[in-house]
Each structure stands twice: as C-alpha cells, then as structure tokens.
Design a protein around this ligand. Structure first.
Ligand SMILES: [Zn+2]
Length: 506
C-alpha cells in the first residue's frame, strides 16, 4: 500500500490516532471537536527553581504529541502555561507560595525569580529541541479572569467566602457531579482519609480547596479583589487559561501523573461548575523518571539537572551525554511508563542514537542510482514506512517507531556500502522522506555532527589541567584569565572537593 495514498485524504484520516484517555482508562479514537483542529493544554512549570529532568520528560512527551498531530495535518493550538503565583508548598492550600518563598530567601522581587527560572526553562526546552507552545500564558497575567470565575462560582453556590478567602464546596458539587472521576476516588474515601489541617478551620470540609486566599501581612504576592487583598489558588489558573484560549470544552489536557490528583480533579470541578460543561475530552498523563530504580528526588541525592547530565558533572554520572542522546533515550520508552536512568542505559542510548543519526546524514545525500522495480524489497520498504505511522498513531508509541527506524537504518547502511540503489523512484522517495521526517519532524531528533560533545569535553579538560598547572606555579594572573575567558563564552569552571574542578555550560 502506498503511504500517501490519495491526495485528497489527510494523513490523520489515513492513520487515525488512538490515545489512552486517563478519564476512561481506555484507548480511544481521537475525534476532535472541530474536524482538522486540535486544542491541547498542558500544565507548565512552576518557575521557582531550575527545571528538573522529570519535568523535561513530561514536556518532551507532549512535544511529540503536538509534533505528530501537526505532521498528520491537524492544526494544533498548544497552550502550555507558566505558573508564577499561587502554587503553595503543600497541595492542601498550606505553606508559603513557592515563588514568594524563594524571593524572600534570595531577597529578590518575585518577578526576578520568575524571569530567571523561566529563562532557564526555555533554555532547557531549546537544548532538548522541544518546540515552544502556540501560547504560553502566565498565571499573574490572568488575575482578573481568576477573580471573575471565582465570582461566578460564588453566585452559583458552589463556592463560599470565609474571612477574605474563597473555597470550592466539593460536597455540594458532588451532589450533582462525581468529584474524583479522573483519579478514581470518591468523596466518602476522601472525607475519611487525609490529614486534618490547621487552616481547615476556615473550610467547611477538608476536601474543599481554595479559589482565592487572603494574603497575610507578610505575603509578598497580592492583588486587590472583592474579598480584600489576596492571591489565587493554584488550580484556578489552569481552568482560566485553558478555557480562555481553547474554549469551554477542548480536546486534550495533559500533564505529569502527579498532577492527576488533586490538581486536575479540581480543574474538572471548577470548569464544570462554572460553565456547566465537561471541559476536557481526552486526558493524557506522562509517567515519572527513576534513577537506578529509585524515584528521582533531591533528598535522595539522585536528582540531577539537565545541565549536569550534558556536562557529566555529577557524582552519579560517568560522563556527559548530548541533549539528542538524552532525547533519544527518553523516547525509547512509552510516555505512560516509568523510565529508569542509569549510566548503562545512557551509554546504550548513545550508541543507538549514533546509528540512527549516521543513517540520517547518509540518507540525506543518497540518490537513486537506477530506476528499476524490485518487488520483494519494495514491499518491505513500504511496510516499514506504514509501520512508522501505525505505531505513532497507536498512542504515540515512540519506542516501536524507533524499532522500525533501526530496521530502516540497516537498509540505509546496506545501500551506503553497496553504493547502488536500484528501486522504483516513488518507493525510494517515500522511504527517504519518511525516515527523515520521522527522525527530524516527528521525533525531533536533530542531526548531530560527529563527536562535537566529546571534543568539547576533552578540550575543556585540557584547559582545566593547564589552569591547575599555572595555579601550582602561582601564576594567578594566567589562571584567572583562563577562568574569565571561558566564562565569557558561557563555560563556568567550578571548584569541587579535593582540588577537583568541573564545569557547567551556561
Ligand atoms: Zn495545571
């Protein structure tokens, strides 16, 4: 079967997408609200710290989804927000605002914190070749809308005000809807479980959550509202920004698994309560990263930043890995499975990516040497082309698609060795364009030109050793010059334990 079968048929009709909807737990056919268009919202980062790898994996998963849907011919409006207010330290509306706390500790304006970490986030996204969303709205840019929806919920009786704060009345909502529908919980369980909190005094029930919180005198981030000075709850921003840009009902809502409850559950309740419509048709959740089988966490000392992974400057890493190697590594597992980081797995990924990458550069230069039919081979090649699409349309299965690309890479290497390609031209063109498009457009695996990373690493090591030598000779002028010149081009040397020296690329 020819891949681009008929000109009038869109690829998304030829290869309809099936995705696992977290709401039903089933694999469902994607039927978009408006034919040919997809509206997708993904919860973005809370910009109070450097983005960690687990987050990067989530955004990579949705990058693949947006890229593939676009490749199939959908027009995709992809909204991914920036949380710059309202995310408190605890999910139960308690503790300090994460950004406010960082601002207090570092004696900076909250917006200085937001700027610094938003820029870091964007840098990391670019390094991983994760494309920007169509719209990237921020919570502080939508305070008025958050106040308005809170008013609406108060008017409809689904929210109540206590002492300058407004809470969502979960029990009341649950009388006519199912609170817990996404995470498979029910209100009775929720009422029984969970801690009793001090701040719960204000809430009618511990299951209720804040739409608006009164600001204490020390709280830095605050806005005037009908209920006095305060700030929005964490969940309300996503309801406001998703429905503002995608409509009261939209196609896909995504985020990390950890956001399913309470964050996404609260979003469903707020939007359904305010607009009388179920907001989201398909929910997609990405799974988490583990390191050597353990959950990645700061307290276990096994969490590392993308920059540390690229430079190899971390006790758990044997060496650095290029961003495309890491991207390839993450795509080897399905977005809904956990993914385990280990040096072994990364080394294997480095080899694997090299093979695909080499085939990519050689196929780009290849031309047909002879236009001649070869029925058996052509059947195989077209089958490989078809399977790339079938696998991607089957819940965005990047792992299976990569397996097909390896088969195709073997074929490319055979041609490269034989220096002869005898095929029907149309088949060769389909094969070549599919390999290139799957690698670059769909999987976002940019061509890396041979060994630059290792070369750079080696070069910096030479400079570090040279600097050690001149310091031992007490030539501090030259030693400072090496450090400053490297800093000027974005490479920062870092003094480590026992006189060892590492570096970071800014
Ligand atoms: Zn969100």
């Amino acid at each position: 079967m020819a891949i681009f079968e008929a000109d009038f048929m869109k690829l998304y009709e030829q290869y309809p997408v099936f995705l696992t909807n977290s709401l039903s737990g089933e694999k469902e056919k994607l039927e978009t609200l408006t034919p040919g268009f997809v509206g997708m919202y993904v919860c973005g980062p809370t910009v109070y710290n450097y983005v960690h790898l687990g987050n990067a994996r989530t955004f990579l998963s949705f990058d693949i989804i947006a890229r593939y849907l676009r490749f199939l011919g959908y027009k995709v409006r992809y909204v991914r927000n920036i949380t710059d207010v309202g995310h408190l330290e605890s999910d139960a509306d308690e503790g300090e605002d994460k950004i406010g706390k960082k601002a207090r500790l570092e004696q900076l304006e909250p917006m200085e914190i937001v700027k610094r970490y938003t820029e870091d986030f964007h840098t990391v996204m670019r390094q991983f070749n994760i494309l920007p969303p169509s719209i990237e709205p921020s919570a502080t840019g939508h305070i008025i809308e958050q106040i308005n929806i809170t008013k609406k919920l108060l008017e409809s009786g689904l929210a109540y005000e206590v002492n300058g704060s407004v809470y969502f009345d979960v029990k009341k909502y649950n009388q006519s809807h199912h609170y817990g529908i996404l995470s498979g919980r029910n209100i009775e369980e929720l009422m029984e479980s969970g801690r009793n909190l001090d701040s719960q005094d204000e809430k009618r029930d511990k299951v209720d959550f804040a739409l608006w919180k009164k600001a204490s005198p020390q709280h830095i981030m605050r806005w005037p509202s009908p209920w006095g000075e305060g700030f929005p709850g964490w969940h309300i921003e996503c309801t406001v920004m998703s429905t503002k840009y995608l409509g009261e009902t939209f196609d896909i809502h995504g985020g990390g698994m950890d956001l399913k409850f309470p964050h996404h559950e609260c979003e469903i309740a707020q939007a359904t309560g305010a607009n009388g419509k179920v907001p989201v048709r398909y929910w997609i959740h990405g799974n988490m990263l583990t390191v050597n089988g353990q959950k990645m966490s700061k307290s276990l000392g096994n969490s590392f930043l993308p920059s540390e992974l690229f430079s190899g400057n971390h006790p758990l890493l044997e060496k650095g890995y290029s961003p495309m190697t890491v991207r390839f590594f993450m795509l080897q597992s399905h977005y809904s499975s956990t993914l385990d980081f280990s040096n072994e797995a990364l080394n294997a990924a480095e080899k694997g990516f090299k093979k695909l990458n080499n085939a990519l550069s050689s196929v780009k230069k290849m031309t047909l040497t002879k236009d001649a039919a070869n029925i058996e081979l052509e059947k195989n090649l077209l089958d490989q082309v078809t399977r790339c699409f079938v696998n991607m349309s089957d819940d965005f299965n990047t792992a299976k698609t990569l397996a097909v690309l390896f088969e195709m890479a073997t074929q490319i290497n055979t041609w490269a060795a034989a220096k002869e390609i005898a095929l029907t031209e149309n088949v060769f063109d389909q094969f070549k364009s599919t390999y290139i498009a799957m690698m670059e457009d769909v999987l976002g695996l940019k061509e890396e030109t041979g060994g630059n990373h290792e070369l750079l690493n080696g070069t910096i090591q030479v400079l570090i050793n040279l600097r050690k030598k001149v310091r031992a000779d007490k030539n501090f002028v030259l030693s400072d010059k090496i450090r400053d010149d490297l800093k000027a081009i974005g490479i920062q040397l870092k003094d480590g334990k026992d006189g060892e020296m590492g570096y970071e690329i800014e």
